[in-house]
Design a protein around this ligand. Structure first.
Ligand SMILES: Cc1cc2nc3c(=O)[nH]c(=O)nc-3n(C[C@H](O)[C@H](O)[C@H](O)COP(=O)(O)O)c2cc1C
Length: 344
Protein backbone atom coordinates (compact mmCIF):
# COMPACT_ATOMS: atom_id res chain seq x y z
CA UNK A 1 0.00 0.00 0.00
CA UNK A 2 1.41 3.38 -0.93
CA UNK A 3 0.08 6.57 0.52
CA UNK A 4 0.94 10.17 -0.36
CA UNK A 5 2.22 10.80 3.17
CA UNK A 6 4.89 8.35 4.25
CA UNK A 7 5.44 9.35 7.88
CA UNK A 8 3.12 10.36 10.71
CA UNK A 9 4.81 13.73 11.45
CA UNK A 10 4.50 14.62 7.78
CA UNK A 11 0.70 14.51 8.01
CA UNK A 12 0.65 16.73 11.07
CA UNK A 13 2.94 19.25 9.37
CA UNK A 14 0.83 19.23 6.21
CA UNK A 15 -2.32 19.87 8.26
CA UNK A 16 -0.65 22.76 10.02
CA UNK A 17 0.33 24.32 6.71
CA UNK A 18 -3.08 23.82 5.15
CA UNK A 19 -5.44 24.86 7.94
CA UNK A 20 -6.38 28.40 8.90
CA UNK A 21 -4.49 29.28 12.07
CA UNK A 22 -7.64 29.27 14.25
CA UNK A 23 -8.70 25.78 13.16
CA UNK A 24 -5.18 24.45 13.70
CA UNK A 25 -5.04 25.92 17.19
CA UNK A 26 -8.51 24.64 18.09
CA UNK A 27 -7.51 21.12 17.03
CA UNK A 28 -3.96 21.06 18.29
CA UNK A 29 -4.41 23.00 21.53
CA UNK A 30 -5.40 22.15 25.08
CA UNK A 31 -6.71 24.02 28.09
CA UNK A 32 -4.87 26.73 30.05
CA UNK A 33 -1.16 25.86 30.43
CA UNK A 34 -1.54 22.69 28.31
CA UNK A 35 0.37 20.71 30.92
CA UNK A 36 -2.19 17.88 30.80
CA UNK A 37 -1.77 17.64 27.07
CA UNK A 38 2.03 17.54 27.28
CA UNK A 39 1.90 15.11 30.19
CA UNK A 40 -0.09 12.61 28.10
CA UNK A 41 2.72 12.51 25.56
CA UNK A 42 5.50 12.55 28.12
CA UNK A 43 4.03 9.69 30.15
CA UNK A 44 3.76 7.51 27.05
CA UNK A 45 7.29 8.41 26.02
CA UNK A 46 8.71 7.47 29.42
CA UNK A 47 7.60 3.87 29.06
CA UNK A 48 10.03 1.41 27.49
CA UNK A 49 8.97 -1.82 25.82
CA UNK A 50 10.41 -5.13 26.96
CA UNK A 51 12.05 -6.79 23.98
CA UNK A 52 11.79 -10.56 23.56
CA UNK A 53 14.00 -11.99 20.84
CA UNK A 54 13.75 -14.95 18.49
CA UNK A 55 9.96 -15.10 18.46
CA UNK A 56 8.36 -16.30 15.22
CA UNK A 57 6.59 -13.15 14.04
CA UNK A 58 5.17 -14.28 10.71
CA UNK A 59 1.62 -14.21 12.05
CA UNK A 60 0.51 -11.14 13.97
CA UNK A 61 -2.86 -11.14 15.71
CA UNK A 62 -4.38 -7.67 15.84
CA UNK A 63 -8.07 -8.51 15.94
CA UNK A 64 -10.21 -7.55 18.92
CA UNK A 65 -13.68 -6.24 19.69
CA UNK A 66 -15.37 -3.39 21.47
CA UNK A 67 -18.62 -4.07 23.26
CA UNK A 68 -19.19 -7.05 20.99
CA UNK A 69 -18.36 -5.23 17.75
CA UNK A 70 -15.49 -6.99 15.98
CA UNK A 71 -12.47 -4.90 15.00
CA UNK A 72 -9.65 -6.03 12.73
CA UNK A 73 -7.20 -3.94 14.77
CA UNK A 74 -7.38 -2.20 18.15
CA UNK A 75 -7.51 1.49 17.17
CA UNK A 76 -10.72 3.51 16.80
CA UNK A 77 -11.49 7.14 16.00
CA UNK A 78 -12.33 9.30 19.03
CA UNK A 79 -15.36 11.60 18.86
CA UNK A 80 -14.55 15.11 17.73
CA UNK A 81 -16.89 18.06 17.35
CA UNK A 82 -16.32 20.88 14.92
CA UNK A 83 -15.11 18.69 12.06
CA UNK A 84 -16.58 21.10 9.52
CA UNK A 85 -13.70 23.40 10.42
CA UNK A 86 -11.36 20.71 9.06
CA UNK A 87 -13.29 19.33 6.09
CA UNK A 88 -16.48 20.54 4.36
CA UNK A 89 -18.14 17.14 4.81
CA UNK A 90 -16.96 16.79 8.40
CA UNK A 91 -18.36 13.80 10.25
CA UNK A 92 -19.67 12.10 7.11
CA UNK A 93 -16.22 12.22 5.56
CA UNK A 94 -14.64 10.99 8.81
CA UNK A 95 -17.01 8.01 8.64
CA UNK A 96 -15.78 7.22 5.15
CA UNK A 97 -12.22 7.49 6.44
CA UNK A 98 -13.00 5.10 9.29
CA UNK A 99 -14.39 2.62 6.79
CA UNK A 100 -11.28 2.86 4.57
CA UNK A 101 -9.06 2.42 7.63
CA UNK A 102 -11.17 -0.60 8.63
CA UNK A 103 -12.11 0.80 12.00
CA UNK A 104 -14.94 2.18 14.05
CA UNK A 105 -16.10 5.78 14.17
CA UNK A 106 -17.31 7.45 17.32
CA UNK A 107 -19.65 10.21 16.20
CA UNK A 108 -19.43 13.29 18.42
CA UNK A 109 -22.56 14.55 20.12
CA UNK A 110 -21.40 17.97 18.95
CA UNK A 111 -21.69 16.85 15.32
CA UNK A 112 -22.99 19.35 12.83
CA UNK A 113 -24.77 16.55 10.89
CA UNK A 114 -27.94 14.59 11.63
CA UNK A 115 -26.98 11.22 13.13
CA UNK A 116 -28.94 9.53 10.32
CA UNK A 117 -26.83 11.16 7.60
CA UNK A 118 -23.56 10.09 9.20
CA UNK A 119 -24.90 6.55 9.63
CA UNK A 120 -25.87 6.38 5.96
CA UNK A 121 -22.70 8.05 4.71
CA UNK A 122 -20.46 5.00 5.18
CA UNK A 123 -20.85 1.35 6.02
CA UNK A 124 -18.35 0.80 8.85
CA UNK A 125 -19.49 0.26 12.46
CA UNK A 126 -20.35 3.35 14.50
CA UNK A 127 -20.87 4.30 18.09
CA UNK A 128 -22.29 7.56 19.42
CA UNK A 129 -20.81 10.00 21.94
CA UNK A 130 -23.42 11.90 23.89
CA UNK A 131 -23.30 15.35 25.42
CA UNK A 132 -26.22 15.46 27.80
CA UNK A 133 -27.38 19.04 27.50
CA UNK A 134 -29.51 18.85 30.61
CA UNK A 135 -32.89 18.22 28.95
CA UNK A 136 -33.96 14.59 29.30
CA UNK A 137 -36.75 14.76 26.72
CA UNK A 138 -34.30 16.07 24.16
CA UNK A 139 -31.77 13.35 24.97
CA UNK A 140 -34.46 10.63 24.83
CA UNK A 141 -35.52 11.79 21.34
CA UNK A 142 -31.93 11.86 20.19
CA UNK A 143 -31.23 8.40 21.59
CA UNK A 144 -34.23 6.97 19.74
CA UNK A 145 -32.78 8.34 16.50
CA UNK A 146 -29.30 7.03 17.35
CA UNK A 147 -30.73 3.54 17.99
CA UNK A 148 -32.81 3.58 14.83
CA UNK A 149 -29.74 4.55 12.80
CA UNK A 150 -27.79 1.47 13.91
CA UNK A 151 -25.15 2.87 16.26
CA UNK A 152 -23.86 0.06 18.46
CA UNK A 153 -23.43 1.86 21.78
CA UNK A 154 -23.53 5.27 23.42
CA UNK A 155 -20.71 6.81 25.39
CA UNK A 156 -21.56 9.71 27.68
CA UNK A 157 -18.74 12.23 28.01
CA UNK A 158 -18.32 13.13 31.68
CA UNK A 159 -15.34 15.49 31.70
CA UNK A 160 -17.10 18.56 30.32
CA UNK A 161 -19.13 19.69 33.33
CA UNK A 162 -18.17 23.14 32.06
CA UNK A 163 -16.22 24.10 28.97
CA UNK A 164 -12.59 24.79 29.75
CA UNK A 165 -10.52 27.82 28.81
CA UNK A 166 -8.77 26.80 25.61
CA UNK A 167 -6.23 29.50 25.93
CA UNK A 168 -5.10 29.61 22.30
CA UNK A 169 -8.69 30.25 21.22
CA UNK A 170 -9.35 32.70 24.06
CA UNK A 171 -6.24 34.72 23.21
CA UNK A 172 -7.27 34.88 19.56
CA UNK A 173 -10.78 36.07 20.59
CA UNK A 174 -12.10 33.08 18.65
CA UNK A 175 -14.68 30.48 19.55
CA UNK A 176 -15.49 27.28 17.65
CA UNK A 177 -19.21 27.74 18.28
CA UNK A 178 -19.21 31.19 16.75
CA UNK A 179 -17.03 30.03 13.88
CA UNK A 180 -19.56 27.29 13.13
CA UNK A 181 -22.55 29.58 13.84
CA UNK A 182 -24.15 27.05 16.20
CA UNK A 183 -27.48 28.11 17.66
CA UNK A 184 -28.15 27.12 21.28
CA UNK A 185 -30.47 24.12 21.66
CA UNK A 186 -33.80 25.87 22.33
CA UNK A 187 -35.08 23.00 24.49
CA UNK A 188 -32.09 22.63 26.77
CA UNK A 189 -32.04 24.59 30.06
CA UNK A 190 -28.29 24.84 29.60
CA UNK A 191 -27.62 25.56 25.96
CA UNK A 192 -24.02 24.44 26.18
CA UNK A 193 -22.79 21.87 28.67
CA UNK A 194 -24.36 19.65 31.33
CA UNK A 195 -23.12 21.29 34.52
CA UNK A 196 -25.65 19.49 36.73
CA UNK A 197 -24.87 15.97 35.47
CA UNK A 198 -24.55 13.25 38.17
CA UNK A 199 -24.66 9.45 38.49
CA UNK A 200 -28.49 9.70 38.46
CA UNK A 201 -28.24 10.73 34.84
CA UNK A 202 -26.19 7.62 34.08
CA UNK A 203 -28.92 5.45 35.61
CA UNK A 204 -31.55 7.38 33.68
CA UNK A 205 -29.63 6.98 30.41
CA UNK A 206 -29.32 3.23 30.96
CA UNK A 207 -33.09 2.99 31.41
CA UNK A 208 -33.77 5.24 28.44
CA UNK A 209 -31.73 3.43 25.79
CA UNK A 210 -31.40 -0.19 24.75
CA UNK A 211 -27.80 0.45 23.73
CA UNK A 212 -24.88 -0.41 26.00
CA UNK A 213 -23.78 2.72 27.87
CA UNK A 214 -20.17 3.82 28.32
CA UNK A 215 -18.58 6.72 30.18
CA UNK A 216 -15.79 8.78 28.60
CA UNK A 217 -13.50 10.70 30.90
CA UNK A 218 -12.88 8.32 33.82
CA UNK A 219 -9.53 8.95 35.52
CA UNK A 220 -9.69 7.11 38.86
CA UNK A 221 -10.21 3.58 40.16
CA UNK A 222 -12.99 4.81 42.43
CA UNK A 223 -15.01 6.22 39.55
CA UNK A 224 -14.30 3.12 37.47
CA UNK A 225 -15.74 0.94 40.27
CA UNK A 226 -18.74 3.19 40.49
CA UNK A 227 -19.22 2.99 36.74
CA UNK A 228 -19.31 -0.79 36.95
CA UNK A 229 -21.86 -0.61 39.81
CA UNK A 230 -24.00 1.57 37.54
CA UNK A 231 -23.90 -1.02 34.74
CA UNK A 232 -21.48 0.80 32.45
CA UNK A 233 -20.09 -1.36 29.63
CA UNK A 234 -17.31 0.88 28.29
CA UNK A 235 -14.93 2.61 30.68
CA UNK A 236 -13.05 5.22 28.67
CA UNK A 237 -9.92 6.55 30.35
CA UNK A 238 -9.40 10.06 29.05
CA UNK A 239 -8.62 13.62 30.00
CA UNK A 240 -10.11 14.82 26.73
CA UNK A 241 -6.68 15.04 25.11
CA UNK A 242 -5.66 17.71 27.65
CA UNK A 243 -8.53 19.91 26.57
CA UNK A 244 -10.55 20.01 29.81
CA UNK A 245 -9.08 19.88 33.35
CA UNK A 246 -5.55 21.22 33.16
CA UNK A 247 -2.99 19.79 35.62
CA UNK A 248 -4.56 16.36 35.77
CA UNK A 249 -2.78 13.04 35.39
CA UNK A 250 -1.65 11.57 32.08
CA UNK A 251 -4.28 9.14 30.87
CA UNK A 252 -1.81 6.27 30.46
CA UNK A 253 -0.75 6.74 34.10
CA UNK A 254 -4.37 6.60 35.25
CA UNK A 255 -4.92 3.39 33.30
CA UNK A 256 -3.42 0.61 35.51
CA UNK A 257 -5.57 1.39 38.57
CA UNK A 258 -8.68 1.61 36.40
CA UNK A 259 -7.89 -1.73 34.78
CA UNK A 260 -7.60 -3.34 38.23
CA UNK A 261 -10.84 -1.76 39.40
CA UNK A 262 -12.80 -2.82 36.32
CA UNK A 263 -11.45 -6.39 36.54
CA UNK A 264 -12.90 -7.45 33.22
CA UNK A 265 -16.44 -6.20 33.94
CA UNK A 266 -16.35 -3.67 31.05
CA UNK A 267 -14.26 -2.94 27.99
CA UNK A 268 -11.60 -0.30 28.47
CA UNK A 269 -10.78 2.41 25.95
CA UNK A 270 -8.00 4.93 26.40
CA UNK A 271 -7.02 8.07 24.52
CA UNK A 272 -4.63 10.99 24.90
CA UNK A 273 -1.47 11.41 22.87
CA UNK A 274 -1.34 8.05 21.09
CA UNK A 275 0.33 8.78 17.77
CA UNK A 276 2.78 5.93 17.11
CA UNK A 277 2.56 2.17 16.80
CA UNK A 278 4.69 1.72 19.91
CA UNK A 279 2.31 4.05 21.82
CA UNK A 280 -0.57 1.77 20.93
CA UNK A 281 1.37 -1.28 22.07
CA UNK A 282 2.09 0.40 25.41
CA UNK A 283 -1.57 1.29 26.03
CA UNK A 284 -2.67 -2.25 25.22
CA UNK A 285 0.04 -3.72 27.44
CA UNK A 286 -1.19 -1.60 30.34
CA UNK A 287 -4.60 -3.16 29.92
CA UNK A 288 -6.72 -1.13 27.50
CA UNK A 289 -8.79 -3.16 25.03
CA UNK A 290 -8.84 -0.39 22.47
CA UNK A 291 -6.89 2.81 21.80
CA UNK A 292 -8.76 5.83 20.49
CA UNK A 293 -7.05 8.51 18.45
CA UNK A 294 -8.30 12.04 18.04
CA UNK A 295 -5.90 14.48 16.47
CA UNK A 296 -4.07 11.86 14.44
CA UNK A 297 -7.28 11.15 12.51
CA UNK A 298 -8.15 14.85 12.43
CA UNK A 299 -4.94 15.78 10.61
CA UNK A 300 -5.56 13.04 8.08
CA UNK A 301 -9.08 14.38 7.50
CA UNK A 302 -7.79 17.92 7.12
CA UNK A 303 -5.09 17.10 4.57
CA UNK A 304 -6.99 14.71 2.34
CA UNK A 305 -10.48 13.79 3.58
CA UNK A 306 -11.27 10.09 3.92
CA UNK A 307 -8.12 8.90 2.09
CA UNK A 308 -6.14 11.14 4.45
CA UNK A 309 -7.71 9.41 7.46
CA UNK A 310 -6.85 6.08 5.87
CA UNK A 311 -3.29 7.30 5.31
CA UNK A 312 -2.85 8.49 8.91
CA UNK A 313 -4.34 5.37 10.49
CA UNK A 314 -2.71 3.06 7.95
CA UNK A 315 0.72 4.29 8.99
CA UNK A 316 -0.24 3.75 12.62
CA UNK A 317 -1.33 0.19 11.86
CA UNK A 318 1.90 -0.47 9.96
CA UNK A 319 3.94 0.83 12.90
CA UNK A 320 1.96 -1.28 15.36
CA UNK A 321 2.73 -4.42 13.38
CA UNK A 322 6.43 -3.54 13.28
CA UNK A 323 6.43 -2.87 17.04
CA UNK A 324 4.79 -6.24 17.69
CA UNK A 325 7.22 -8.16 15.48
CA UNK A 326 10.31 -6.42 16.82
CA UNK A 327 9.32 -6.75 20.48
CA UNK A 328 8.32 -10.40 20.07
CA UNK A 329 4.73 -9.81 21.19
CA UNK A 330 2.73 -11.17 18.32
CA UNK A 331 -0.80 -11.25 19.72
CA UNK A 332 -2.52 -8.23 21.21
CA UNK A 333 -4.68 -10.57 23.29
CA UNK A 334 -1.63 -11.85 25.15
CA UNK A 335 -0.02 -8.58 26.19
CA UNK A 336 0.71 -8.10 29.89
CA UNK A 337 1.61 -5.03 31.98
CA UNK A 338 5.18 -6.27 32.57
CA UNK A 339 5.80 -5.67 28.88
CA UNK A 340 6.34 -1.99 29.64
CA UNK A 341 8.35 -0.31 32.34
CA UNK A 342 9.14 3.28 33.23
CA UNK A 343 12.65 4.36 32.35
CA UNK A 344 12.98 8.10 32.99
C1 LIG B 1 -10.99 19.03 17.64
C2 LIG B 1 -11.42 18.13 18.77
C3 LIG B 1 -12.76 18.06 19.10
C4 LIG B 1 -13.17 17.21 20.12
N1 LIG B 1 -14.52 17.10 20.39
C5 LIG B 1 -14.94 16.17 21.29
C6 LIG B 1 -16.33 15.92 21.47
O1 LIG B 1 -17.17 16.51 20.80
N2 LIG B 1 -16.69 14.99 22.39
C7 LIG B 1 -15.78 14.28 23.13
O2 LIG B 1 -16.15 13.46 23.96
N3 LIG B 1 -14.44 14.50 22.97
C8 LIG B 1 -14.02 15.41 22.06
N4 LIG B 1 -12.66 15.58 21.86
C9 LIG B 1 -11.70 14.75 22.62
C10 LIG B 1 -11.38 13.46 21.87
O3 LIG B 1 -12.50 12.60 21.81
C11 LIG B 1 -10.24 12.68 22.55
O4 LIG B 1 -10.56 12.49 23.91
C12 LIG B 1 -8.88 13.37 22.46
O5 LIG B 1 -8.75 14.11 21.28
C13 LIG B 1 -7.82 12.27 22.51
O6 LIG B 1 -6.55 12.78 22.46
P1 LIG B 1 -5.61 12.82 21.13
O7 LIG B 1 -6.19 13.92 20.28
O8 LIG B 1 -4.31 13.18 21.71
O9 LIG B 1 -5.65 11.50 20.44
C14 LIG B 1 -12.22 16.44 20.84
C15 LIG B 1 -10.87 16.53 20.50
C16 LIG B 1 -10.47 17.36 19.48
C17 LIG B 1 -9.00 17.38 19.11
Amino acid sequence: MTWPYVTIPEIRRAAREKLPREAWNFGDGGSETEITMRRNRRAIRRLAIRQDILVDARVLELATSLCGVPLSWPVVIAPMGGLVLFHPEGDVEMGRGAQLADTLQFLSGATGWPVEDVAKGSSGPKMFQLYHHGDRAWVADLMARVEASGYHSVVLTVDVQVYSRRERDVAARWSPREAMKIAPNPRGPDPHYPTRLTWDDVDWLRKTTKLPVGLKGIMTARDARRAIEHGVKIVWVSNHGGRQLDATQASIDALPAVVDAVAGAADIVIDGGFTRGTDVLKGLARGANVIAVGRQALWGLAVNGAPGVENALGLLREELKIAMALSGHTSIQRLTPDLVFQVD
